[in-house]
Design a protein around this ligand. Sequence first.
Ligand code: ATP
Ligand code: MG
Length: 399
Amino acid sequence: MIRYGELSTKGKNRWQFINKLRRNVQEALSIYPQITTYFDRDRGHVYLNGADYQAVAESLKKVFGIQNFAPSYKIDKSVPALKEAVQLIMKNIYQDGMTFKIAARRSDHSFELDSRDLNQTLGDAVFDVIPTVRVQMKKPDIALRVEIRTDAAYISHEEIRGAGGLPVGTAGKGMLMLSGGIDSPVAGYLALKRGVDIEAVHFASPPYTSPGSLKKAQDLTRKLTAFGGNITFIEVPFTEIQEEIKNKTPEAYLMTLTRRFMMRITDRIREVRNALIIINGESLGQVASQTLESMQAINAVTHTPVIRPVVTMDKLEIIDIAEKIDTFEISIQPFEDCCTIFAPDRPKTNPKIKNVEQYEARLDVEGLVERAVAGIMLTTITPKEEVLDQVDSLIEDLL
Ligand code: ATP
Ligand code: MG
């Protein structure tokens, strides 16, 4: 039984949230054909129908919009059936010296016993089979929750914390600028957490960047699919632009100019892909391109909101999340990113817009942007390609 997270505060949009959450849960559990779901105003119900509970729980823990969930038994709405059920459950989980309580709730007010009577009757039933058990109201070892609802009664004794956040897709779509680094996958995860559906935009500069570096970005994207389902991965050809900048502008401004192109192109793609915002992995002060002055110079090419989920985090805080979402090991693989290949020794930390504009005048900005956008390649990244990966690495081993 799933308890919703923040959606309860969303008034009129409530059903939209619930329906989205339901679809996301169904997608996350689609490998179990026997599972059925029923989502009402207050709760989501996932009927296992024999599916392995532990595996299902692991998948549910990654679905945003779930406050918590409780493995529950669905019982006939009759007093004898309920008595039998609490007795069976208690006999299963009770160990010497444990305390317990029954916490009954009745949302179906036509049921013959009210919650107080239920607590009493079911408590007595437990004493019948375990006479030595003690009742404790505050923090008992076992809290048996009994809910009498319209369709049936539900009993649970365990509550598992969900991922929180909002159902992915309820906030609209954003373009994630995804490098192969540590920060941008974490930024993507945090955007998903707040309900943003993401597409990943990755700039590649072959032959300066290798196929391995592209695969790394795709593998990172695949890790993110665990939280939001399939993700469109967009590869942008960036070689021409990087060479132009390298050849025609001063080294100190290379980073600023490169970033401005990335931002322009991402914004152009955002427009055609019908997304609302741009997301990146910038963290304040981490490197030269992430000072406030740099951010301003880079951001000046667009009015589109740029969301920076990790902007105020320290590197160690970001790494903690990267480890939790299992992207860290991939991120630290040693492949050159397009930004490191031409990286100057002394990039400008306080670029002046006037200079930036003067240097850009030496380039065919519009033509370069257009050609890059015309050359994008789209792939759909799905959660399961481990088999293919294994074949790849087998082939690599053989070579
Ligand atoms: P990350 O760990 O995300 O790479 P970083 O600390 O290395 O971040 P930068 O390399 O300066 O920082 O990049 C800042 C942000 O610019 C990244 O978080 C990412 O959003 C975007 N970015 C950088 N390189 C690329 C790329 N090759 N493709 C797409 N986006 C990129
Ligand atoms: Mg980087």
